[in-house]
Structure formats: structure tokens, C-alpha cells
Design a protein around this ligand. Structure first.
Ligand code: URA
Length: 167
């Protein structure tokens, strides 16, 4: 399956209840040959509005921090473990994550990244595949809010940048 075909499936997805309150499915974006894939929780209000991942406050903070360590947003594939917004921005339920996982699995198979960055605890259910390095970091919205987490997040992104240079 191509990424375009997969995106079409995500736009029309009704595998769980979340589509009912959403304006857009948000598949994710980035180059087909991206070495790095970033996985967040699920779209928020700004992402639901635009159909693009990480474009709100947390996304801007993420993009800026990556750039500070020489990682261009345009070079990475950014997506979420769940592709629709949730009511009141609540954490997606386990059955919603399970229903959505085949999309992420397919995205990983198509993009074949070398490194997958898990943004926060909600991304921990990301499928593990042979030959891919997994890198857990603090979610940017937590890093944005708390000074101590921001510092730790910076260190983690610095470590990621270092690893990328060695790849
Ligand atoms: N937070 C996420 O986890 N994903 C987004 O796309 C935006 C905010």
C-alpha cells in the first residue's frame, strides 16, 4: 500500500468512536525516506482543525527545539499513535489505541525509519520492529510547561541529534 492510500483510509476511518467528534483525521507528515519518525499521542484542537500533526503550541515548541539541535522538521516523519482528536483532549482509551495501531504499523513499514522517537508515555504502545532503534523522550507539552522537564527534554533531543550524526 502507498502512503497516499493509507492516508485516504485514515481520513475515512471509523474503526473507533473518535471520528464522530473530529473534523479531520490526521495521518502525519514527512518525507517517504525519513530516517527519523516521531510518534505523539493524538491530535489536539489545532491539529484537528488543520489536519496536520503538531502544529499547535506543543508542536511549535517541538519544531523549535529540534531546530536548535540541527534537526529540521521537514526531514522527519511526524505522526501520532491515534489519528483523531479526542473529546476534551483526554488520553485515548486502550481500545482506541488498539483500533488505530494498524495505521502506525503500516506507516513504519512504508517509511522504514532508522529511529523512532516516542513522545511521552502515550506513544509507548508503538509497534516494535527489528532493526529500528527506539528512543523515549518527554512529551513536548510537558516539557513546555515544566522547567525541569524542559531541561531534560533538551538533553534528550541533544542525544538524539548526536545519534543521528553517527547514523
Ligand atoms: N500532541 C500530540 O501528542 N500530538 C499532536 O499532534 C499534537 C499535540
Amino acid at each position: 500500500m502507498s502512503l497516499d492510500e493509507l492516508n485516504m483510509q485514515i481520513y475515512g476511518c471509523k474503526r473507533c468512536r473518535l471520528w464522530q467528534g473530529a473534523k479531520h483525521g490526521v495521518p502525519g507528515e514527512g518525507p517517504l525516506n525519513a530516517k527519523v519518525m516521531l510518534v505523539g499521542q493524538n491530535p489536539g484542537a489545532d491539529e484537528d482543525e488543520t489536519g496536520r500533526p503538531f502544529v499547535g503550541r506543543a508542536g511549535k515548541f517541538l519544531t523549535k527545539t529540534l531546530a536548535e539541535y540541527g534537526i529540521k522538521r521537514e526531514d522527519v516523519f511526524i505522526t501520532n499513535i491515534v489519528k483523531h482528536v479526542s473529546p476534551e483532549n483526554r488520553k485515548p482509551f486502550a481500545d482506541e489505541v488498539a483500533a488505530c495501531l494498524p495505521y502506525l504499523r503500516a506507516q513504519i513499514s512504508i517509511i522504514k525509519p532508522k529511529i523512532i522517537v516516542l513522545l511521552g508515555a502515550s506513544a509507548k504502545d508503538t509497534p516494535r520492529m527489528e532493526g529500528i532503534e527506539y528512543f523515549e523522550v518527554i512529551h513536548p507539552s510537558a516539557a513546555m510547561r515544566f522547567t525541569n522537564m524542559r531541561e531534560k527534554f533538551r538533553q534528550q533531543i541533544a542525544q538524539l541529534a548526536k545519534q543521528l550524526q553517527q547514523n
